[in-house]
Each structure stands twice: as structure tokens, then as C-alpha cells.
Design a binder for this molecule. Structure first.
Ligand SMILES: [Zn+2]
Length: 379
């Protein structure tokens, strides 16, 4: 695949930096075709979706009678979870408990946004602070492993923390901000491997880590997908797919209503993610996640292809900011800047270089697709 000639989709901006991408005879990529054939026909951000959602909301309310809260929302401070929290309370009349995992990398915008929503909507917030020495050890292990998916420790803590909390506290409903509107083009696995692969996380940590993970939130994919769902009865609801959801308008509504703060790009509410997606991944691997994010917005009519091409031609943040973040990240990880630079230049690895449960995941994904439960391409 290394010698493959460069090609870019003529409808979105996904290209051969996804080494396995396929194009049809008209020059359109598989993400586009999947969107038009498999997602769009089943996606109802309209009266149909709202009718379904309102049935779900009635059930959540009925099950929550007499309880302190009726559902759980994981709040990052980013636009999707913030907007979800706002409409859950003000439009649906739900009584969520907010849950936040502080993995040590919150940006000032994230902290502000969480505070503004909690105060503005008068909600309770449970914050789980990840043990920093453990987080640092695991994060450093992923850097040393040379893999692209450096966001796994943080993402794993978010999801595992949320689900473990839900199961422990007998929460029946988790509302998530997952949505087709801004995420219908999923990043390929070579850019963004499953954060829920516990076998991979443990293998990398056992090879490159130096202290045991005693309190770090952990949960494997089987626990997520099967045990919690079918044994513990935790249900996941994605309301943003059942209403019109446009990123720009949603952010403006949050700004006007709560004094919410914008941040430069999707996921940049975490200082680590900004550095990792905005610099490290592009520099070391040539992967630019904005390509998938912008392509989602193109397909859902929120950005023109020309504007996306224009935006992606420039670096997401300045050389000066990169330098500052380089120093900040190295210091926080307890290493020298020169050590971090050496890791940037070290050989690139993939998830395939470590233990992984892709064979099981492939089977599961195929099954979910067959049942019509999984519509985005994951490969
Ligand atoms: Zn495309």
C-alpha cells in the first residue's frame, strides 16, 4: 500500500492517507457511499425520530420516579455532550446526573463549560479524578509503544469510568452525545484504534509501564457491550440522532445561553488531544483527523468541500503553540523535551504490533451490521 498513488474523494475530503480507502468508478469513496446507502435512509432527525425519542424519554422518566436522577450523562465540556445536557434538561425535562472524568488534561475551556452548565441548569456533577501517577505511566507507555492511538488511555478512562459508575450505581440509562451529524465519517482504525480493547491496553502497559494500575478505570469491550447491557440492563440512548443537530448553531446557542466557550476544533477541549491530533499524529504518521471531521460536516451539509480543503491546507495551530505544548506535555509526563522528541522520531508501530481483539471485534461488527445496529464503517 506504501506505493499507492495519491487519491482524494471527489465528494468529501477523505484520501489515501487512509491506506485502505476504496473508491468507486465515479471517484467517490466508501465513506460517502456508506453514508448515502446505509446511514441516511435510517437517520431521522425529524418528526419520525422525535416521536421515537419521546417514547424513550417517557420510559426514562417513568423508570426514574422516586429516584434522585433518571439518567446519566458523561460530560466532557465539548459541544456534543454540552448540547446534549442542555436539551435533556430544558427540552426533554429529564433529571440527569452529570459525570465527568478528569484525566488530567482538561483545557480551561472544558473546565469553564462544565461549570457553566452545572450552574446554569442547577445539576449535580460527579467528578472522577483519575490517579495521575497511574495515568501518566499508562500515557507514557503508549508514547513508548510508538502507536498512533495515543488517545486510548484518556478515552478508555472516559468510557470505562462512565460505564463502571453506571453499573455500580444501578443507573438504567446513559445518554450520549454520539451523533451522525458530526461523526458519520468515522476515522479508520489505523488512525484511531478501539480505546475499549483492554487486551491491547494491558499488553502495552505490561511492556512499557512501570507501576500497577490499581484505581485506573478499566473495562473491556465484552463488559461494555454484553455484561452491562444484558446483565446489568444499562441502556444507551443517543438523542442527538433524533433531532436536527447542527454544530455551529448548537455552539452559538450554548454561548448565548450559558456563556459557554468555543474551542478551536473537535476534541480540542482536552489539551492533550489538541497536541496529539493537531500535531503529533500529523507529524509522525501523516494522519489528520480533521479530514474525517470535516468530511462528516460536508456530507451533512454543514461545510462546503471547498472550505474544507481550504481549512485542511493549514496547520490546526501555530508553531509557537506547538512548541509551548511540547514543553507542557513533556513536563507533565515527567520527561525531558529531548526524550519526547526521540519518541516522535522512533519507528512507527500499529495496533497490530501488540495483542488485540480485532478478530472478535470484526465478528461483532459484522453481526451488528447484519442486524442493522451498526451503520458506520469501522475498519
Ligand atoms: Zn467521500
Amino acid at each position: 500500500m506504501a506505493n499507492r498513488p495519491y487519491e482524494i474523494c471527489n465528494n468529501c475530503i477523505m484520501d489515501t492517507t487512509d491506506s485502505l480507502i476504496q473508491f468507486d468508478e465515479t471517484g467517490r469513496c466508501e465513506y460517502c457511499n456508506n453514508y448515502y446507502n446505509n446511514i441516511l435512509p435510517h437517520w431521522h432527525p425529524d418528526a419520525i425520530g422525535e416521536a421515537e425519542l419521546s417514547k424513550q424519554i417517557d420510559r426514562i422518566k417513568a423508570d426514574g420516579v422516586g429516584k434522585d436522577f433518571d439518567c446519566l450523562i458523561g460530560l466532557s465540556g465539548g459541544v456534543d455532550s454540552s448540547y446534549l445536557t442542555y436539551i435533556a434538561v430544558e427540552k426533554f425535562g429529564l433529571r440527569p446526573l452529570l459525570y465527568h472524568v478528569d484525566a488530567g488534561w482538561n483545557s480551561q475551556e472544558a473546565v469553564n463549560n462544565i461549570e457553566k452548565l452545572v450552574d446554569g441548569l442547577d445539576l449535580d456533577l460527579f467528578t472522577e479524578v483519575v490517579n495521575w501517577p497511574e495515568m501518566r505511566d499508562l500515557q507514557l507507555a503508549f508514547f513508548k509503544a510508538g502507536v498512533p492511538h495515543l488517545d486510548t488511555p484518556q478515552d478508555h478512562a472516559f468510557f470505562a469510568g462512565l460505564y463502571n459508575f453506571a453499573a455500580k450505581n444501578k443507573v438504567k440509562y446513559i445518554l450520549t452525545g454520539a451523533n451522525y451529524s458530526t461523526e458519520c465519517v468515522r476515522e479508520p482504525l489505523e488512525w484511531h484504534y478501539h480505546a475499549s480493547d483492554l487486551a491491547q491496553l494491558k499488553d502495552i502497559h505490561s511492556k512499557f509501564g512501570s507501576r500497577p494500575l490499581k484505581s485506573f478505570p478499566l473495562a473491556g469491550i465484552l463488559k461494555f457491550k454484553l455484561f452491562y447491557r444484558f446483565v446489568k440492563g444499562v441502556r444507551v440512548v443517543k438523542p442527538l440522532n433524533s433531532i436536527p443537530y447542527f454544530k455551529e448553531a448548537a455552539m452559538q446557542e450554548l454561548v448565548d445561553r450559558f456563556g459557554w466557550q468555543r474551542y478551536p476544533h473537535k476534541h480540542y477541549e482536552s489539551r492533550f488531544t489538541r497536541f496529539y491530533e493537531g500535531y503529533w499524529l500529523r507529524e509522525k504518521f501523516g494522519y489528520d483527523k480533521r479530514r474525517a471531521h470535516f468530511s462528516s460536516l460536508i456530507l451533512t451539509g454543514q461545510l462546503t468541500r471547498d472550505d474544507a480543503l481550504q481549512k485542511i491546507s493549514s496547520a490546526p495551530y501555530s508553531a509557537e503553540q506547538v512548541r509551548q505544548d511540547f514543553e507542557y506535555i513533556a513536563t507533565k509526563l515527567g520527561i525531558e523535551v529531548s526524550e519526547l522528541e526521540a519518541m516522535l522520531k522512533a519507528p512507527n508501530k500499529t495496533y497490530k504490533d501488540y495483542k488485540n481483539i480485532m478478530p472478535i471485534m470484526d465478528l461483532g461488527a459484522r453481526l451488528l451490521r447484519l442486524l442493522g445496529l451498526q451503520r458506520a464503517i469501522i475498519r
